[in-house]
Design a protein around this ligand. Structure first.
Ligand SMILES: [Fe+2]
Length: 343
């Protein structure tokens, strides 16, 4: 099984997993054989890619830390609450389910393959930020209750954007000073929206308020520095940046996960807390299982396994001769690195 972008799909390819529609119901069954017109439709619906079974990926099984169905359900609940002025605390049962799933699968590295593209971006982004934040919390050995508080904070971090006009949020050009000032109000607006949620802890609310604060004091709304920023604020800053930079948005093309990890490390103890970046790099699959990569010696391989302590050097299988190469432990490959994902 592997994840293939819609642009690489050819008629006759079979789905390795069911494909869910926006409402969370099954759109296409597992093993469904794709046709030209279905591939076109998937592109039109905003799917980035799908999981397929083919010769290259034979024998590869991909396990998700949180399955797609739960991610979509959680995103839909968030959308429903925000659009209908529902009770924000109703997110809690689903966030608890997400936390349990992450705790149960804590030996698996988080795989952030993006099935859907522009479609419902805001809500899925929020859920992803929640998942990534919980992943960091697990590394920090937070207990279940604290992970739920952190997950709530991560998933609700951008709710204040409800009050920012959509044409400013989705603007593709440079923002004017006034427009940027409007965007910068969203952490405080979000914090105020949570004021009446009496069952939400103050650390959850403060995480929402502080997710754009930066370690060196360059963030907003209060220009807090270092340890003045709560742990939740520092954690969400890292997961939010990662998920936003690895997504296609109106104003930028998605960067590769390895580039974003490099960016985060490069800004460690400047914009971000280096310790958090370090924990984060240990829970995210920079090269997810089933992704095809190119090595600096020209070899093309498919990722079989990730090492938690060495995310940039997974075990791969050579696509041409099927040789297994452990980039972390194979001494013949110590001088060779992955140059990028094959698109
Ligand atoms: Fe934000």
């Amino acid at each position: 099984m592997r994840f293939l972008s819609v642009n690489q799909l050819v008629p006759g390819t079979r789905l390795a997993r069911p494909l869910y529609g926006a409402g969370g119901s099954i759109l296409l069954r597992e093993n469904f054989e794709l046709t030209e017109s279905i591939i076109c439709r998937l592109k039109g619906l905003g799917y980035n890619g799908v999981y397929v079974n083919d010769e290259i990926s034979e024998g590869i099984v991909i396990q998700d830390v949180v399955d797609e169905k739960l991610r979509i359900e959680t995103a839909n609940r968030l959308e429903d609450i925000l659009k209908n002025n529902g009770n924000i605390e109703d997110m809690q049962p689903l966030v608890s389910e997400v936390v349990d799933s992450i705790i149960d699968n804590s030996d698996i590295i988080i795989n952030m393959n993006r099935l859907s593209g522009h479609h419902k971006y805001t809500y899925l982004h929020s859920v992803n930020v929640g998942i990534l934040s919980i992943g960091i919390g697990v590394k920090l050995e937070y207990n279940r209750d604290k992970l739920i508080e952190l997950g709530m904070s991560g998933m609700l971090h951008d709710i204040g954007k409800k009050h920012v006009p959509i044409d400013i949020l989705d603007k593709s050009g440079t923002l004017s000073k006034e427009e940027f000032q409007v965007i910068q109000t969203h952490p405080e607006r979000g914090y105020k929206m949570l004021n009446n949620a009496y069952n939400l802890s103050s650390v959850t609310k403060v995480g929402v308020l502080q997710h754009h604060e930066r370690f060196d004091g360059s963030g907003y709304p209060n220009g807090l520095k270092g340890h003045e920023i709560s742990m939740f604020g520092r954690i969400i800053a890292v997961s939010d940046t990662y998920d936003a930079m690895t997504s296609d948005r109106a104003y930028h093309k998605a960067s590769q996960p390895s580039e974003v990890i490099e960016y985060l490390f490069g800004n460690g103890n400047q914009r971000y807390d280096l310790r958090i970046v370090d924990y984060f790099s240990k829970c995210i699959a920079v090269y997810p299982i089933g992704s095809c990569v190119e090595l600096s010696d020209g070899t093309q391989g498919i990722v079989l396994k990730n090492h938690m302590d060495s995310v940039l050097r997974p075990v791969i299988r050579n696509i041409q001769n099927k040789q297994i190469i452990d980039l972390k432990n194979d001494i013949n490959y110590l001088g060779i690195c992955i140059t990028g994902l094959m698109q």
